[in-house]
Ligand binder design. Structure first.
Ligand code: UD2
Ligand code: MN
Length: 576
């Protein structure tokens, strides 16, 4: 403790700071960025003259930048180059115990340098990309509740080490009422010594990530806001491509590719550039394969910005003023969940666009479970958030969410009038427009006759996916009126859908299957006759039949005979 500037020397050592004596001082030896050569005003003006037709910002909001130096590998530390960390056998029990606290292997994280190097994971075609030499600066906003010390600090260091200094205005940390000693005054002391300005804000009471981000955004001084989760690692060259795309059109909201940092070994694993964001009937965000349509629009160039229907939510950059113009976030949302779909729908429907910038990579520790509490209960909270999104943005397609989760109908979602007014005021387009133009591959059918369960007249049981995946058999079970696995849509394209999958019969002798909807008719084409209540498979001319006693759970195709086994009730108001 001789240099008097590390956090360990503050004299306010925390009782529970087991991680603190195993780490680098706040001044990292490689904190040397190439100095930005100061250009004279006339030189900058001349440069701007050349570029301005491609840029959406005036000169005074742009900065001349240079690339940071690469982070050197420190072979004495585990996990360098993004490799996996082996936990020594004598620490395994402790690692297991500590896993519970954060739902990731914090002990592995503690063994890795805060400045660890990462392999360059970018596509080779990214190397030839040229970004504007003048770009807007960004403030990086990181919100957290009870985040572990080393993951939070490694996020911060990766931002510092891999962002052009001229483009990194500041880092804003928002502590959402954490209850950990290391996130108290120690954090302020640590960041005071960092080579970039860092603000530490505190929500005081638990606000949830949405309101915590809003607090952070209020203090942003950069032109662009970049949000990150508190357990990320920014890879080489992550920032320039994001800012470059925003600089071209300030109504573009951009996300990096979110690589996977293993929750167990902290190995850095590159994610696919061939997936984009979608969502399912439960309104869960999900990754799906990029359709050919979007590949064609990009001329087959995988390094070109990828238009995505939705974003994962945690990692993105947005012009600060546009963030406010387009309605920030819905402050009525709690803790976690739904805000990413809300923002995605809003951006697209209200005149912006949302992209994944495939030359920008940031790693994130994905966890199986949330480590923190949900005051008010997990499902209540998530239902509330999702219902607010559905009510404000999804028009009649909100029914998919409610029928999938009938319990969500009973949740008090609070006042949404301000968000509806926002939608009116911004003159946003309809959800139908979004489905038709942005996300035609969505599993929400544009037009459908019926949404509900499908009940058999013979045995009074309902068609049921049994939670099975695509390619497996359709089932039949006691009706529970709880939506979920018993929810089906009969569409105008004559499909019978359950979320991603459609009823599909490829042979008359084998059971009817659930197969990923292809929208091409064929084996997925069914016609319902609401007088006879028969569901006829068009290709085979046969009818969907409740199973016989031999195989009581698998519906099959049989010769149409009008018997009760072939009568199916789609019970709610059937609109032709
Ligand atoms: C994903 C997003 C996350 C958010 C969430 C949906 C990525 C990589 N992550 O979940 O950013 O969009 O989906 O809401 O796309 N936090 C608080 N207060 C709380 C709860 C969480 O500050 O009450 C912090 C938390 O410490 C973390 C961030 O919010 O830094 C995101 O939470 P998460 O990591 O649990 O969310 P994740 O990655 O599962
Ligand atoms: Mn996260």
């Amino acid at each position: 403790c001789s240099d008097g500037q590390g956090w360990g020397c503050s004299g306010r050592e925390s009782k529970s700071a087991p991680l603190l004596d195993s780490h680098e001082p706040a001044f990292h030896p490689r904190d040397v960025h190439k100095p930005v050569k100061k250009k004279s005003t006339s030189e900058l003006e001349a440069l701007y003259e050349k570029l301005k037709h491609t840029l959406d910002y005036p000169l005074e909001k742009l900065h001349r930048w240079t690339e940071p130096l690469p982070v050197p590998t420190d072979d004495s530390k585990p996990g360098e180059g993004g490799k996996a960390v082996q936990i020594p056998p004598d620490l395994e029990a402790e690692a297991k115990r500590k896993f519970q606290e954060n739902q990731f292997n914090v002990l592995a994280s503690d063994l890795i340098s805060l400045n660890r190097s990462l392999a360059d994971v970018r596509l080779t075609s990214c190397a030839s990309k040229k970004y504007s030499p003048l770009l807007p600066s960004t403030s990086v906003v990181i919100v957290f509740h009870n985040e572990a010390w080393t993951t939070l600090l490694r996020t911060i260091w990766s931002v510092i080490n891999r962002s052009p200094r001229a483009l990194l205005k500041e880092i804003i940390l928002v502590d959402d009422a954490s209850e950990k000693d290391h996130l108290g005054s120690l954090l302020e002391e640590y960041v005071a010594n960092l080579p970039v300005p860092v603000q530490v804000l505190r929500t005081g009471t638990r606000s949830g990530l949405i309101r915590a981000r809003l607090l952070g955004a209020k203090h942003v001084r950069g032109e662009v806001i970049t949000f990150l989760d508190a357990h990320c690692e920014c890879a080489d060259g992550w920032l320039e491509p994001l800012l470059d795309e925003v600089a071209r059109d300030r109504k573009t909201v951009v996300c990096p590719i979110i690589d996977v940092i293993s929750d167990n070994t902290f190995e850095y694993v590159t994610a696919s550039d061939m997936t984009w964001g979608g969502f399912n009937w439960k309104m869960n965000f999900r990754w799906y394969r990029v359709p050919n349509r979007e590949m064609d629009r990009r001329g087959g160039d995988r390094s070109a910005p990828l238009r995505t229907p939705t974003m994962a939510g945690g990692l993105f950059s947005i012009d600060r003023e546009y963030f406010y113009e387009v309605g920030t976030y819905d402050e009525g949302m709690e803790v976690w969940g739904g805000e990413n779909l809300e923002m995605s729908f809003r951006i697209w429907m209200c005149g912006g666009k949302l992209e994944i910038i495939t030359c920008s990579h940031v790693g994130h520790v994905f966890r199986d479970k949330s480590p923190y509490t949900f005051p008010g209960g997990v499902s209540n909270t998530i239902f509330k958030n999702s219902a607010r999104v559905a009510e404000v943005w999804m028009d009649e397609w909100k029914e998919f969410f409610y029928e999938m989760n009938p319990a969500a109908k009973r949740v008090n979602i609070g006042d949404i009038s301000a968000r509806r007014e926002l939608r009116d005021r911004l003159g946003c387009k309809s959800f139908r427009w979004y489905l038709e133009n942005v996300y035609p591959e969505s599993q929400l059918p544009l037009d459908y006759f019926y949404l509900g369960d499908i009940r058999n007249a013979l045995n009074n049981k309902c068609l049921d996916t049994m939670g099975r995946k695509g390619g497996e058999n359709l089932g039949l079970q006691y009706c529970h009126s709880m939506g979920g696995n018993q929810l089906f849509a009969y569409t105008k394209r004559n499909q019978i859908m359950s979320d991603d999958n459609c009823l599909d019969a490829s042979s008359v002798s084998s059971p009817v299957k659930l197969v990923r909807c292809h929208g091409l008719g064929g084996n997925q084409m069914w016609v319902y006759d609401d007088t006879t209540q028969a569901i006829r498979h068009v290709n085979s001319g046969r009818c969907l039949s409740a199973p016989d006693a031999r195989d009581p759970t698998l519906p099959t195709l049989k010769q149409c005979d009008g018997s009760p086994a072939q009568q199916w009730l789609m019970k709610f108001d059937f609109k032709w």
